[in-house]
Design a protein around this ligand. Structure first.
Ligand code: SF4
Length: 258
């Protein structure tokens, strides 16, 4: 295991990434390449140059941090975690792209009795995922598509490993939450909702969250000098997903729309 991890942000006082007040550690690097990704600066594991439009200059996104340094940052807010039943969430990019470092961090947090959560695609060797699952308290797992070929078209990887790991995750964390980014012309029809619901009932997923496609990442592609495939696609709003949500609920799946 390397002594440092590539991190692109440590966000304090988050209330959207698990219970209570949380610190979110964003790991840089992702094995998927979703064409709608709202954080394109998180995809490459190495620090990279990006235009900063406020400072009118290029700045470096990401740096290498030791676990000691990250823990020091996290522990500054220990009192908030205790008072709000909060904790720390490991996110990305894809946290499992640097799995050994993440597991070490989870162990350190457990020693300090700090609640942990993760936001992951689950795209990693299953034995490593199981080790990770042993050490984390709450799992949010992204599933982008029920169909493996379409999953490949959207993300650059097939979904078999992800679904195998979803089953492993459910065995240890039966109340885990699956999140689906709802992307126009990719997985947004009611037929898609029915097929997702069938999949979730087959696997025993109880709770899901729908994340409507948004355009918050659009400018970042310009700032990174990269092409953006979603340029002319209107964003979705929570009210656009009410029928999708109804399909889930009719199939016995608790469904929250963000
Ligand atoms: S999995 Fe998340 S971070 Fe990785 S490319 Fe897809 S949207 Fe971006």
């Amino acid at each position: 295991m390397t002594n440092t991890a590539s991190i692109f942000n440590i966000q304090k006082y988050s209330i959207h990434d698990g219970p209570g007040i949380r610190t979110v550690v964003f790991f840089k690097g992702c094995p998927l390449k979703c064409y709608w990704c709202a954080n394109p600066e998180s995809q490459d594991s190495k620090p990279e140059k990006m235009w900063d439009n406020q400072k009118k200059t290029h700045t470096t996104v990401g740096n290498y941090r030791t676990a000691d340094e990250i823990m020091e940052d996290i522990l500054k807010d220990e009192v908030f975690y205790q008072e709000s039943n909060g904790g720390v969430t490991l996110s990305g990019g894809e946290v499992l792209y640097q799995a050994d470092f993440a597991i070490d961090l989870l162990k350190r947090l457990r020693e300090k009795n700090i609640h942990t959560a993760c936001e992951t695609t689950g795209y990693v060797k299953s034995s490593k995922f199981e080790e990770f699952l042993e050490n984390v308290d709450l799992v949010y797992m992204d599933i982008k598509h029920y169909d493996s070929i379409k999953h490949f078209d959207g993300t650059g990887v097939r979904n078999e490993l992800i679904l195998k790991n979803l089953a492993l995750a459910l065995a240890k964390h039966p109340h885990l939450i699956v999140r689906i980014p709802i992307i126009p012309n990719f997985n947004d029809t009611l037929e898609d909702a029915v097929k997702f619901a069938d999949l979730f009932n087959e696997y025993g997923v109880e709770k899901i969250e729908l994340l409507p496609f948004h355009q918050f990442g659009e400018k970042k592609y310009t700032y990174l000098d990269r092409d953006y495939e979603m340029e002319d696609i209107p964003q979705l709003h929570s009210e656009d997903l009410l029928d999708y949500q109804t399909v889930m609920e009719k199939n016995g799946i608790q469904c929250l729309v963000h």
